[in-house]
Structures are given as structure tokens and as C-alpha cells.
Design a protein around this ligand. Structure first.
Ligand SMILES: Nc1ncnc2c1ncn2[C@@H]1O[C@H](COP(=O)(O)OP(=O)(O)O)[C@@H](O)[C@H]1O
Ligand SMILES: [Mg+2]
Length: 281
């Protein structure tokens, strides 16, 4: 007997219709209740995301957010036989993390990386202008295509009034702003994710891409992130007393990002302002 496919039949049918015959599926990731495959056929390629268990509700909400946002790379989605799925055009291009790879390896051409960082800021500014926040910005969630940056993994994207679910914990903990960490800890839902919290994660994303390290120096604060639970890490972050790493491999860029990571939310720039400052000579 053959092993049942982890991709539900309607998702496979939608992928075949979109990508064409001779569909080849390649697994990209499988973690925390959802898996992503690249589907490629004679007409083109798509990403198939399938949520199971806890991931059902989260993947279904991502599909709903993509539809509500009118995202041009969204193809379709559904829930069937206890699985949620969504289909998106395959976005061709490197992630922000990948764009910065040569810089982290010691390359001297930093101009291209700064331009990519500004493109990422512009994409976030566009999302904010539509009244939404991403709520889980991270180095792999911006894809730099020929026509601009597309933000992916909109599972936690939110606007006031949108069903956030009860599982939202602030997105990637290492890029969680102190005020959002504090809001998560209260346990009250929905957690009002602000543009300022997104801008903190945006600056932290660029910092991480540029330095290869998360912005906060847990060791200096006597914290071991490997033995700490995410809840304990949030408690530390919420104090606002975990220092930013002292490494300055790229002082010009880091000096723009540092105040964003340290200042009060009200004093943070907008995503658009941050992009412009990064590109200022
Ligand atoms: N539309 C897409 N185009 C290209 N790559 C994608 C697309 N969607 C997802 N991916 C790839 O799959 C990875 C995981 O997707 P993501 O939505 O972040 O899932 P997870 O919830 O597991 O973090 C991404 O980092 C990216 O490499
Ligand atoms: Mg992701």
C-alpha cells in the first residue's frame, strides 16, 4: 500500500491546475505544525503550505489574511479532512537573509544589501499603509523578487478587528519588542500589535542579516536562551534590560538601527522613514 500523501487532494489539484502537468513536489520546510513544498509543473511553480494539528487554524488564518489583503501572489486555500492548505505563486528570489550572505562573509559590496534592506522597509510600509501589521517579521520572511519585496508567512498578520486566534505569542521571540513581550505576558487577547512593534522586528531583522547574530546579547544579561523557555525569554525581553550586542561589524548601518531597538515605541521611525535613513548618504 502506498503512503498517504501529506498534501490533501484539493491542494494537489489546485497546484496541478496552477502549475501544469508533470507536477514535481519538493519539501522545503516542515516544522511547528506546517510544511511547505515547492510544486513545479510545465506552466510554472507554486508554494503549497499545509497546516496540521495546531497549524490548521494558523494556516487557515494565513490564507484568509492573504485573501483579505488581496495579495497578488495568493492563489487559493481551504480546509479539508482536518488539514488546512494554501497555495501561492512561487516567489523567485533570495530572502533578506540570503541577500546579506556575501556581506556576512566579509564581502565589501554593501550597497546592494542596503538597497535590499530599504526595499524590505518599503514592503513593510506598504503593508502598514493598508492598515495591517505583519507581526512576525524575520530574515526569511521577505523575498526579494525582480519586482520588489514580497512579505511571506502572514499567519499572524493583523489589523484591529481581525481574528487573531489565541495562539499568538508575538512571532519570533528574538525579534520581539519589549512592549509587545509585556503585552503577551498579560495573557489578554487580542494583543494589539502596533506598527512600532513591527518596526522593531524590522530593524532587528536587518541587524540579524547584517551581523549574523540576534540583536540582544543574552549572555551579557546572564541568560541562556537555549535553556530558557520562550515564556521566560519574553519575561526577560519585557524588562527592556537585555543589552544589544556590542559587536559592530557594520557601524554605519548599526548606528541607524540601534536607536530603533533602544528607543521607546513612540520614538521609533516609521518603516518608510527607516528605509530612507538607511539609504541616506
Ligand atoms: N510563495 C513562496 N515562494 C517562495 N518560497 C516560499 C513561499 N512560501 C514559502 N516559501 C519558503 O518556505 C519557507 C517556509 O515558509 P513560511 O511561510 O515561513 O512557513 P513557516 O510557517 O514554516 O515558517 C520560507 O522561508 C521560504 O523559503
Ligand atoms: Mg516562517
Amino acid at each position: 500500500m502506498s503512503t498517504p500523501s501529506p498534501i490533501p487532494a484539493p491542494a494537489r489539484a489546485a497546484a496541478t491546475e496552477h502549475c501544469g502537468r508533470d507536477l514535481v513536489l519538493t519539501e522545503i520546510t516542515d516544522r511547528r505544525g506546517s510544511a511547505v513544498w515547492k510544486a513545479a509543473g510545465h506552466k510554472g511553480a507554486a508554494a503549497v503550505k499545509v497546516g496540521r494539528g495546531d497549524g490548521v487554524e494558523i494556516t487557515a488564518r494565513e490564507a484568509a489574511a492573504l485573501a483579505a489583503l488581496n495579495t497578488d501572489y495568493f492563489v487559493g486555500g481551504g480546509v479539508t479532512h482536518g488539514l488546512a492548505w494554501l497555495l501561492t505563486d512561487w516567489l523567485e528570489g533570495p530572502s533578506t537573509w540570503e541577500v546579506f550572505g556575501p556581506v556576512r562573509a566579509g564581502g565589501v559590496d554593501r550597497e546592494q544589501a542596503v538597497a535590499a534592506a530599504a526595499d524590505l522597509c518599503a514592503a513593510v510600509a506598504g503593508l502598514h499603509a493598508s492598515g495591517w501589521v505583519h507581526a512576525d517579521l524575520q530574515p526569511s520572511h521577505g523575498i526579494h523578487t525582480d519586482t520588489g519585496v514580497q512579505l511571506i508567512d502572514l499567519a499572524w498578520a493583523w489589523r484591529p478587528g481581525w481574528d487573531q486566534g489565541i495562539k499568538f505569542n508575538g512571532g519570533l521571540t528574538h525579534l520581539l519588542s519589549p512592549e509587545l513581550a509585556a503585552a503577551i505576558l498579560t495573557g489578554d487577547k487580542p494583543v494589539a500589535v502596533t506598527r512600532a512593534a513591527d518596526v522593531y522586528a524590522l530593524a532587528g531583522t536587518i541587524w540579524t542579516c547584517a551581523t549574523g547574530r540576534w540583536p540582544l546579547d543574552y549572555q551579557a544579561a546572564g541568560i541562556s536562551p537555549k535553556t530558557c523557555s520562550p515564556h521566560e525569554l519574553r519575561q526577560h525581553i519585557a524588562t527592556g534590560r537585555v543589552p544589544v550586542t556590542a559587536d559592530r561589524p557594520w557601524p554605519d548601518l548599526q548606528n541607524v538601527l540601534l536607536p530603533v531597538l533602544l528607543d521607546d515605541p513612540a520614538d521609533r521611525p516609521t518603516a518608510s522613514e527607516l528605509g530612507k535613513t538607511l539609504q541616506a548618504p
